[in-house]
Design a binder for this molecule. Structure first.
Ligand code: SF4
Length: 386
């Protein structure tokens, strides 16, 4: 069971909160697609002929590619890999790229069967602050057009904790999202990353962020409203109606193997992780000249253990003592049960017969919880791990 991630790093305009790798030279798209073909060819063996259950076009802005270009990449993947008949194929998209004709062509001409739409907000002032290309009207229109085109698995991204946002305005945002009958919602708290437009505005005193208690209230509103609408809150930032969890992202959280193609994309096969150079031009050149474009890290037991906690505790399934025992041994089990007990006592974590999962309150402070659970590399020797 495996997934393929294809990074499309192009954006027409840079959002003020974004620190993903991206570039605005969209004229490079044709040569970039050729380079992607080459990488997918070269790395055919990486997934060891495992069945590919999910394909995900992420970005950047994958909806800057034409349906023809997306179909061409999918045909190429189908020729090289063993793709499951019911493969989940997701395209991340910006609302203003999703015209009725684009959506029709995408649905009729490709096997994309899931859309992840970067709405972020239904408030035009928020969208201006975030420097998004679209407005609230575009966001609603594209949802309706996607339905008309035949898409029946649609996810929407929203951001909370924005400057000026209060619990009542966040409730309104969520009401709008649920009224559009989405199948899946990804809701992220705004984080200010160094080097972004918002970070500069914050330093210059042009914006102020809501207090942490306000953000916590917004997170609990998200949780309660989504549950009341019949959604499962299955991961800190992800909520879905029955049958519509993101299979691709769940693969990451269940530590299934995946191949990531394109600049800055990561790949993982249980033993090692590798990541591609984060530069389109160098990536294209490397593929043309057959030179290395990825860095590889063999994962130690401690790294694998830390990663297991990081991904499993994000989900409602949580971390399992039996899995820790089978994969890492009794010393790790002892350390885990010792370290996590204080969060069970404080009510942030529930222990259900050896399956430990966070409550919504635990999720809200999960960064802190994880720092208390992570093992340091040097502990390898303290634990006498060979
Ligand atoms: S948020 Fe998305 S569209 Fe905006 S700059 Fe980042 S990658 Fe591009």
């Amino acid at each position: 069971m495996a997934g393929i991630y294809v990074h499309i790093p192009f954006c027409k305009k840079l959002c003020s909160y974004c620190d993903f790798y991206k570039c605005v030279q969209t004229t490079r798209i044709p040569s970039y697609i050729q380079a992607l073909h080459k990488e997918l060819d070269e790395r055919r063996e990486y997934l060891l002929n495992e069945e590919v259950l999910t394909i995900y076009f992420g970005g950047g802005t994958p909806s800057l590619l034409t349906p023809l270009q997306i179909g061409d990449l999918l045909n190429h993947i189908n020729r090289l890999y063993r793709v499951a008949g019911d493969c989940e194929i997701t395209l991340e998209a910006n609302p203003d790229d999703l015209s009725a004709s684009y959506l029709r062509e995408l649905h009729e001409g490709t096997s994309v069967n899931r859309l992840s739409i970067g709405v972020q907000s239904f408030n035009d002032d928020d969208l201006k602050l975030l420097n998004r290309r679209h407005n609230a009207g575009d966001a609603e229109a594209c949802m309706l057009n996607a339905r008309k085109a035949g898409f029946n698995n649609i996810s929407m991204d929203l951001i909370y904790g924005l400057p000026g946002m209060n619990p009542a305005s966040w409730r309104q945002q969520l009401e709008k999202a649920f009224a559009l009958e989405i199948e899946h919602l990804s809701a992220y708290q705004l984080t200010i990353e160094e080097g972004t437009g918002l970070s500069r505005q914050l330093k210059q005193g042009m914006i102020t962020l809501p207090e942490e208690e306000i953000c916590a209230e917004q997170f609990f509103i998200l949780h309660e409203m989504a549950l009341a609408k019949g959604f499962n809150h299955y991961e800190i930032s992800n909520l879905a109606r029955d049958g519509f969890i993101s299979r691709h992202n769940s693969g990451y959280w269940q530590q299934q193997n995946y191949l990531g193609a394109g600049p800055s994309a990561h790949s993982y096969n249980g033993k090692s992780r590798q990541w591609n150079i984060a530069d389109v031009q160098q990536y294209i050149r490397a593929l043309e000249n057959h030179v290395e474009y990825a860095v590889r890290e063999e994962l130690s037991d401690v790294t694998r253990y830390n990663e297991y906690l990081m991904v499993s505790l994000r989900t409602s399934t949580g971390a399992d003592l039996q899995v820790i025992n089978e994969n890492f041994g009794t010393l790790f089990v002892e350390q885990f049960t010792r370290d996590i007990q204080r969060f069970v006592d404080s009510g942030h974590v529930v222990n259900e017969n050896g399956r430990y999962y966070m409550t919504p309150g635990g999720w809200f402070i999960s960064d802190y919880v994880l720092t208390r659970l992570m093992m340091e590399e040097k502990q390898d020797s303290l634990l006498n791990i060979p």
